[in-house]
Design a protein around this ligand. Structure first.
Ligand code: CA2
Length: 149
């Protein structure tokens, strides 16, 4: 069986495409999942796609990724980006290559969005490229993982 990339989505991302399309675009989270699956398939990976509005559940997903021997993690921590030492610690603990994604350019927005705890644990960060950022994160992880073989 192909190994999996876990794609984790934080609070309110279940509203993608349904609210504030001027900010976050028209793609729904189901569209993002389909994009992730097709991108991963090109590289021979499967996707485990999750969303939660609860910090602890996101921590559990990170632990699950390690337990299931995932190849890597793509995470949009959303509103937990600038507050969650718990998610940062989980990513540091499992030591899986992790790419942080934001749909918007957080650095061009309010200053309270700039300082990401998750970036301190991530191998790379993509922001401001819309939901295409998820596909680019999977491409990037696939390239990193191929190099390791
Ligand atoms: O740009 C991103 O992807 C963010 O992670 C989105 C978060 C925000 O707190 C970060 O600063 C940047 C917000 C996610 C909320 O998702 C919604 C989606 C549609 C409508 C309303 C909220």
């Amino acid at each position: 069986m192909a190994s999996a990339i876990y794609v984790l989505n934080g609070p309110n991302l279940n509203l993608l495409g349904k609210r504030e399309p001027e900010k976050y675009g028209h793609a729904t989270l189901d569209d993002v999942e389909a994009l992730c699956r097709s991108t991963a398939k090109e590289h021979g990976f499967e996707i485990e796609f999750r969303q939660s509005n609860k910090e602890g559940e996101l921590v559990d997903f990170v632990h699950e990724a390690a337990k299931k021997n995932a190849a890597g993690i793509v995470i949009n921590p959303a509103g937990y980006t600038t507050t969650s030492i718990a998610i940062m610690d989980a990513i540091l603990a499992v030591n899986l290559p992790t790419v942080e994604v934001h749909i918007t350019n957080i650095h061009a927005r309010e200053s309270f969005r700039h300082n990401s705890y998750i970036s301190k644990a991530a191998r790379g960060v993509i922001c401001g490229l819309g939901v295409e950022g998820y596909a680019l994160a999977i491409d990037g992880l696939a390239r990193l993982l191929k190099k390791k073989k």
